[in-house]
Design a binder for this molecule. Structure first.
Ligand SMILES: O=C(O)CCC(=O)C(=O)O
Ligand SMILES: [Fe+2]
Length: 284
């Protein structure tokens, strides 16, 4: 077994382990510690079944069934199929999941703390996933902005990214927005939080999932969103995960910004996604 840091800022990679190795508590503990210490952990080439993926997830916390029943794995409700593939003219899963920079489900009151993906069928030349550390983003904020945001909260919303579905046909944009706000009311979170593992501050909020910073005027808000977009997407800090078959990728949702990139025309990509709630095993 080999473990190495991926970049100085985020990520660690484990190679040379199989499912059986991960059954040993001391091996699994190492993986869990990588997730906590490095925000993102990759296990290369882990050939596992959906059931085994759920079993691994259940050792970090409680795997939770995906909200939309029709995109759950037919036999395993904890798995969401994230895929652009079609079977008998029907989509097998949800396409274009997370194709913009975000922290998972930050528009919810209490987002699940971990996400786990398994690369079931992945192209190698597109469909990469980009990652950036929210601790590192906070560190790089200019001092004046650290002072300006200290103690502030932000309003998070899914409305900029809400998908249009068949029942929305005929609605005006304004009506659609009102409907989304009814279903997913804005949620307020502190803008700066502390990572329980390292005690370090991190920035909580991505422009695509935020409405505004409470107390900022429109100009300050626009300036702040532009600044953090630049910091999050700084090519010197971003880790690009180029998928290989059977990669298992696990991250902490609060401290990890990420974005899925486009899939080249004609390619299919399927990953199995498990969202994991805290259950006290790894207290946050
Ligand atoms: O499939 C990917 O590359 C990541 C998508 C995403 O944002 C997620 O699953 O949370
Ligand atoms: Fe995501």
């Amino acid at each position: 077994m080999q473990i190495k840091d991926i970049t100085p800022f985020i990520g660690a990679e484990m190679t040379g382990v199989d499912y059986e190795d991960l059954q040993r508590p001391e091996v699994f503990r190492q993986l869990a510690e990588l997730v906590h210490r490095r925000e993102l952990a990759v296990v290369r080439g882990l050939d596992i079944t959906p059931k085994q993926q759920i079993e691994l997830a259940s050792r970090l916390g409680r795997p939770v069934p995906f909200l939309m029943a029709k995109y759950r794995h037919p036999e395993h409700e904890e798995i969401m199929i994230s895929s652009n593939a079609m079977k008998a003219n029907r989509p097998v899963g949800v396409a274009r999941v997370g194709n913009f920079w975000h922290q998972d489900s930050s528009y919810m009151k209490d987002p699940a703390p971990y996400t786990m993906l398994h690369g079931v069928d992945v192209p190698s030349t597109s469909g990469h996933t980009l990652y950036a550390s929210a601790l590192d983003v906070y560190d790089r904020l200019p001092q004046e902005w650290k002072e300006k945001i200290a103690g502030r909260t932000a309003l998070h919303t899914v409305s900029k990214r809400q998908r249009i579905s068949p029942e929305h046909v005929g609605l005006s944009i304004a009506e659609l927005k009102a409907l989304v706000e009814l279903e997913y009311p804005m949620t307020e979170h502190p803008l700066v939080r502390q990572d329980p593992t390292s005690g370090r501050p991190y920035l909580y909020g991505a422009p695509e999932y935020m409405d505004s910073v409470v107390g900022f005027d429109a100009n300050e808000n626009a300036e702040f969103f532009a600044l953090i977009d630049r910091l999050i997407q700084d090519p010197d800090r971003v880790y690009t995960h180029r998928w290989t078959t059977d990669d298992l990728v696990v991250w902490k949702t609060a401290t990890t910004y990420h974005a899925a990139t486009a899939i080249e025309p004609g390619a299919t990509r399927t990953v199995h996604r498990v969202s994991i709630e805290e259950d006290g095993q790894w207290p946050a």
